[in-house]
Design a binder for this molecule. Structure first.
Ligand SMILES: [Zn+2]
Length: 239
């Protein structure tokens, strides 16, 4: 009899505790609770995602499917935007449609690239998304580029490369590398260019167009950005 009473009391206690927890959750403390868990890792961080190419400029072409790089870049950018926003980042895109940022006239390519730089002016982090191609079809795997002299970019590139290699298990994992790109040269923020994979590789071409693979890659980029922010914080604290 006594044991039964204790058991009932214990169960009742748990129910009350659970109810208390739920009341707390609905009492406006959800944000605080989430911050203590994994969510909100990118709260307040301004990220600009740049889907490469667009409009007249299709970029690389899928060797088997004929898909245009500009379309794959945009699909990846939208998936990545959603993933980063889920963690509290403020995300903008340099383009959200199939357009070039300078369609006509002299030097339209350079003006298009400068417009991308201008649109990223207020961003802490700039991620330019591209798909690679190469005559040798065996080449595959993501690779992240940074510009020489930009320490933030180098740190971000390393974190992203590691995270993408881990999540996407490329046949031949690559290292982050210096790259001479207009959109990186003309920015001081943490800016990188991600070649997400090769549209010229038979297997990877299909993967790059696959929604589940894209989601997995976006999550890995998100983790890479979070890791970069931790590294920055540690450096600032002299750790
Ligand atoms: Zn490209």
């Amino acid at each position: 009899m006594g044991k039964k009473f204790l058991l009932t009391a214990a169960i009742l206690g748990c129910v009350l505790l659970a109810a208390g927890g739920m009341l707390r959750m609905t009492g406006g403390e959800i944000v605080t609770e989430n911050k203590q868990s994994m969510q909100g890792a990118l709260a307040g961080v301004r990220v600009c995602i740049d889907p490469g190419h667009g409009g007249y400029d299709g970029g690389a072409v899928g060797r088997d499917s004929g898909v245009k790089e500009k379309a794959v870049n945009l699909a990846w950018a939208k998936t990545l935007k959603a993933a980063l926003e889920k963690e509290g980042a403020q995300v903008t895109l340099t383009r959200s449609e199939d357009v070039a940022l300078a369609e006509e006239g002299k030097e339209r390519k350079r003006r298009d690239l400068q417009e991308r730089v201008d649109r990223a002016q207020n961003a802490d982090i700039f991620l330019s998304l591209h798909m690679n191609e190469y005559p040798d079809r065996s080449q595959s795997g993501p690779q992240v580029f940074y510009t020489e002299g930009n320490e933030k970019g180098r740190l971000l590139a390393g974190a992203l490369q590691e995270s993408m290699n881990e999540a996407l298990s490329p046949v031949r994992p690559r290292s982050a590398h210096k790259g001479d790109y207009y959109v990186l040269r003309h920015q001081q923020n943490a800016c990188v260019l991600i070649e997400c994979g090769f549209l010229s590789n038979e297997k990877e071409e299909a993967l790059l167009m696959d929604a589940a693979y894209r989601e997995r890659a976006a999550e890995s980029i998100l983790r890479g950005v979070a890791q970069y922010l931790r590294l920055r914080e540690n450096l600032a604290n002299g750790a």
